[in-house]
Write a protein of this length. Structure first.
Length: 244
């Protein structure tokens, strides 16, 4: 059963037969895992209907960062008619992210926990927001949040339409003709072997890899240099326009 705390901000208005909210911060409860999941949900301004559903984007943070630290991305999605769900993956009491390689093994517990959270939200929020498409998700994640998103795309490929990552470095980027991918790469750390596509693979799959000059992995959020945030916003907007 879904347990929802009173929203911090609730706009009670009806759009197309559903309740719409703006910047609704709340905590959902996954009874199966006895896990509280803090989220911030922002509905689109577009007139969405059950027959003509609007898109959905899940936003995941880098490890140790707040799930609300990517407002440049949330705003871009909002401008393109998305419902956005900013998800807090890391909770007090969770095991620390394992610092030892091989990461595809040692961090899989963390990633699977994140995947379970995303799937729980996709199922439960679809009941609350029937005018939004939770079966063709757009996933956005920075660093470890991008690794979680990439694993979700590997496990539930039929439910993912787009994947955008900011310098995820451990989980393999999907090689799937049905998933459009944008990955923006920092310039200070390399990705692990096979995470990124080879030139030959890039010719085969709808994946765009862009290395951002003089960009640091830890700066790829709202608090980074203004020029970097503007560049990331520009690339994200261009990708969303090209993959409507």
């Amino acid at each position: 059963m879904l347990n929802i705390k009173k929203p911090a901000l609730l706009l009670a208005l009806t759009l197309c037969g559903q309740t719409a909210f703006a910047n609704q911060t709340e905590t959902l409860f996954d009874t199966k895992r006895a896990r509280h999941i803090p989220v911030t949900i922002t509905a689109a301004d577009s007139k969405c209907t059950i027959k003509k559903k609007c898109p959905v984007a899940f936003i995941g943070a880098g490890y140790g960062m707040a799930h609300t630290d990517y407002q440049f991305a949330q705003q871009a999605f909002h401008q393109h008619g998305y419902l956005t769900v900013e998800v807090a993956h890391e909770l007090k009491g969770d095991p620390s992210l394992n610092p030892e390689p091989p990461y595809m093994t040692t961090r899989m517990e963390n990633w699977h926990r994140g995947v379970q959270t995303l799937e729980f939200l996709a199922v439960e929020l679809a009941k609350r927001y029937p005018a939004y498409d939770f079966n063709q998700l757009t996933l956005f994640g920075h660093s470890n949040g991008g690794d979680i998103a990439a694993l979700y795309a590997a496990i539930y490929p039929a439910k993912v339409a787009k994947l955008i990552t900011l310098d995820h470095r451990r989980m393999l980027t999907p090689r799937n003709n049905n998933i459009a991918v944008l990955t923006l790469r920092g310039s200070d750390y390399p990705a692990d072997d096979n995470v990124l596509l080879t030139p030959q693979e890039l010719a085969m799959y709808p994946v765009t890899q862009i290395k951002l000059k003089d960009s640091r992995h830890n700066d790829m959020y709202d608090g980074g240099p203004k020029a970097l945030v503007e560049r990331m916003s520009k690339e994200l907007n261009a990708f969303l326009l090209a993959n409507k």
